[in-house]
Write a protein that binds this ligand. Structure first.
Ligand SMILES: *Cc1c(COP(=O)(O)O)cnc(C)c1O
Length: 409
């Protein structure tokens, strides 16, 4: 395949996730590209060095602004997202802050959805105003609510879909229309779906951000983030946001591991989605369970929108047990195979309690206002045999049932 994949969008998703942007003949036939452990890059001449700094020559300068091994993964991910250019960072928060710090200044406003990853929420709720940036939170499950709130100082509109942790879905195309009409830049965090399940740029978003720590890398062995957008935006975020503001540079090794994980992205997302769909259905019928939030369930309030926007419904399931938080804690402690840990998208099935863990950045009354309860449990359904995942979870619920806790509420 080699070189031909570089210019062909016609190959399927899995083929591009494996081959795109790399020709083994460029490096002695090595099936996998080398890891370039070099902080700096020699200029062919002093003049060319100057041209690189002036942006007239695209050659490498210094790892903080680019590295050939990292570049392969950036281009591959950009093609998978349907974007012009990509940028990898040392974490998802590194990607998000690089974008926001590049695009926002004093007096600007950002409008974000009500439900966000805990640290993104905290950045906007607690820290943005220290820099003269106004952050507002609007229910973006309804584009009309954004249309009411958006104004001339709104520079950025930001959402996750499905949102972490309660699985609410935002209508990307509908929100994009509102942003376009008001000249705001629309940023979508695509961590939960990855480009295999959802491509926000094709639906009208301007910028996609990722925690590549999660499904994109898929093995829980690294932290990484990504931004995909037009070449113009990526150049700005790279040369201002990362180079001069947050320095959130990915290491060569982590970029290599991310590339390795991405080769199996489609296989993994299919399995995550299948197992999560089965589990959501089983949990929805269980007598210890108050509610299950999974976009693939027919009675999920935004099931039709999810079907239009996503190729499958992903591997994340949220649920509320009867008896609230106390039941949730007992449930997690009763699990034997499933691991209690934050993060998501790994081979291992992980369970956590947003109110006391990932989303403890929300005050209790904020959690209620922003749409998730103290009893919510988040499950990242892993790649183990489905029967083993289900058996472990049902046994833990059975134990809970016997203890009578869930009946007390
Ligand atoms: C984990 C996560 C982040 C932050 O990513 P890090 O890689 O942990 O910095 C951002 N958004 C979502 C939706 C996440 O799940």
């Amino acid at each position: 395949m080699g070189k031909s994949t570089n210019d062909a969008r016609t190959f399927g998703f899995s083929t591009r996730a494996i081959h795109d942007g790399y020709d083994p003949q460029d490096y002695h036939g090595a099936l996998n590209p080398p890891v370039f452990l070099s902080s700096t890059f020699a200029f062919p001449s002093a003049e060319q060095g100057g041209q690189r700094f002036a942006g007239e020559d695209r050659g490498f300068i210094y790892h903080r602004v680019g590295n050939p091994g990292v570049d392969i993964v950036e281009r591959r991910l950009a093609h998978l997202e349907g974007g012009e250019a990509g940028l990898l960072t040392s974490s998802g928060m590194g990607a998000i802050t690089a974008v926001l710090w590049t695009m926002l200044g004093q007096g600007d406003e950002i409008i974000a959805d009500k439900t966000l990853y805990g640290c993104t929420f905290s950045l906007l709720r607690h820290h943005a105003e220290r820099f003269g940036i106004k952050a507002r939170f609007v229910d973006m499950t309804d584009p009309a609510k954004l249309a009411e709130a958006i104004g001339p100082s709104t520079k950025i509109v930001y959402c996750e879909t499905p949102a972490n942790p309660n699985m609410r879905i935002c209508d990307i195309a509908g929100l994009s229309d509102v942003c376009t009409a008001h000249g705001a830049t629309f940023v979508v965090d695509n961590t939960y779906c990855t480009p295999y399940l959802q491509r926000p740029l094709e639906l009208g978003a301007d910028i996609v951000v990722h925690s590549a720590t999660k499904y994109l890398s898929g093995h829980g062995d690294l932290l990484a983030g990504a931004v995909v957008a037009s070449r113009e935006i990526i150049d700005k975020v790279r040369f201002v946001g990362v180079k001069e503001m947050n320095g959130a540079v990915i290491s060569s090794f982590d970029a290599y591991l991310l590339m390795r994980g991405m080769k199996t992205l489609s296989l993994r997302m299919d399995r995550h989605s299948q197992s999560a769909s089965r589990l959501a259905r089983v949990l929805a019928g269980h007598d210890t369970v108050e509610a299950v939030y999974y976009p693939g369930l027919e009675d999920f309030p935004q099931h039709d929108l999810a079907k239009r926007q996503m190729a499958a419904f992903g591997g994340m399931v949220a649920l509320e047990l009867k008896g609230g938080f106390e039941s949730g804690r007992r449930f997690m402690d009763a699990l034997k195979l499933v691991t209690t840990a934050v993060s998501l998208g790994d081979a291992e099935t992980l369970v956590q309690h947003p109110a006391s863990m990932t989303h403890s950045t929300y005050a209790p009354e904020e959690r209620a206002r922003h749409g998730f309860t103290d009893g919510l449990i988040r499950i990242s359904v892993g790649l183990e045999d489905y029967a083993d995942i289900e058996a472990d979870i049902l046994e833990a619920l059975e134990r809970l049932n016997r203890s009578g806790l869930s009946a007390s509420a």
